[in-house]
Design a binder for this molecule. Structure first.
Ligand SMILES: [Ca+2]
Ligand SMILES: [Ca+2]
Ligand SMILES: [Ca+2]
Ligand SMILES: [Ca+2]
Length: 325
């Protein structure tokens, strides 16, 4: 009996320290998601996380997320760090309320309450506020020593996914096996709406090769020809934020046979003429990447060295009469 009382006293001291340290930093956050080309197009889904950061011995959480049901629906709430997790989703009323319970040893540090998958059910340009309310956060412990940490153990907030923005220095490429034709990809315009930093940049070039990093380069050695025309490669960029949420975007690049400046599948006088017409055309630096304002300049720059000159004319000559079929 006496031991039980001592336990309670210890627990009380711990809790009041927690309250003192953490109540000032508590913030149930509100944010806005929009149906747009960068975040979530109509009918697409996107994942956002409900995080509870800086917790100490967290045992129970009961959190509601309110949304505008004419704009977004909640498909699921999963991947909780809690051992027991149960969401109730109401897409008519625009609320998901979920409870999480830890098995007994308590959660510490930064805790993921749930990954919430949103579906855009509204139209382009519409927005929905996402409002979080923390109904209860309680410390973990045996039933007889369990003491509510009121509502203030930790900071509850939504983590929005990052936005992947791939750009490409050369959208028009030629196979670079013999005639070096590197293309450069830049992901540094990508961002995270809540500013927790982008930790991963993964590129898939669409030809079986991949690379990682904010700026990468790749030389294509294959092209895709389907009967009457080339098909572009879909280059995907996936970025991840510090909490592990990801976003993927595609940039299309065209790859032609070496010397094919007008992309009709054969190297002939018209390619020589295209190079002549675009002679001295140079790529421009926009502060971020080099690119061609004039796509015909990009097509005529057969070795992707940022200028149309004699080396591009020589590439036409060296590949004369070659065809893509
Ligand atoms: Ca984020
Ligand atoms: Ca041609
Ligand atoms: Ca080019
Ligand atoms: Ca060139």
């Amino acid at each position: 009996m006496e031991r039980d009382i001592r336990k309670n006293k210890t627990a009380i001291i711990v809790v009041s320290t927690v309250l003192f340290l953490i109540s000032a930093s508590f913030a149930a956050s509100a944010t806005t998601v929009s149906i747009s080309d960068v975040f979530m197009k109509p009918n697409e889904t996107a994942v956002t996380s409900i995080m509870i950061n800086n917790v100490s011995n967290l045992g129970v959480a009961d959190i509601s997320l309110y949304f505008e049901p004419s704009v977004v629906h909640v498909i699921s709430a999963t991947n909780s760090d809690f051992d027991v997790f149960y969401p109730v989703i109401n897409n008519t009323g625009g609320i998901v309320r979920a409870g999480g319970m830890d098995d007994g040893d308590g959660l510490y540090g930064d805790v993921k309450f749930a990954d919430v998958t949103l579906e855009a059910v509204g139209s382009h340009g519409e927005t929905s506020a996402l409002n979080l309310s923390s109904n209860e956060l309680k410390e973990s412990g045996l039933p007889e020593t369990s003491i509510p940490a009121t509502v203030d153990n930790g900071t509850v907030f939504l983590n929005l996914p990052p936005v992947a923005i791939p750009t490409c220095m050369h959208l028009h490429n030629n196979v670079g096996t013999e005639y070096p034709c590197k293309t450069f990809f830049n992901a540094s315009a990508s961002y995270d709406p809540d500013g927790d930093g982008i930790t991963n940049y993964n590129w898939y070039f669409g030809d079986g090769y991949s690379d990682a990093g904010p700026i990468v380069e790749h030389a294509y050695s294959t092209y895709k020809w389907h009967g009457t025309a080339y098909e572009p490669f879909n280059v995907s960029l996936t970025v991840k934020d510090g909490e592990g949420l990801a976003n993927t975007a595609i940039v299309q690049v065209n790859v032609y046979i070496a010397g094919d400046a007008n992309s009709d599948g054969i190297v002939d006088i018209f390619d020589g003429a295209t190079v002549g017409l675009e002679w001295d055309e140079e790529a421009e630096f926009d502060g971020n990447i080099w690119w061609y304002n004039n796509p015909r300049g990009d097509e005529a720059d057969l070795n992707n060295d940022k200028i149309v000159d004699i080396f591009d004319g020589a590439t036409v000559g060296a590949n004369w009469d070659h065809t893509a079929w």
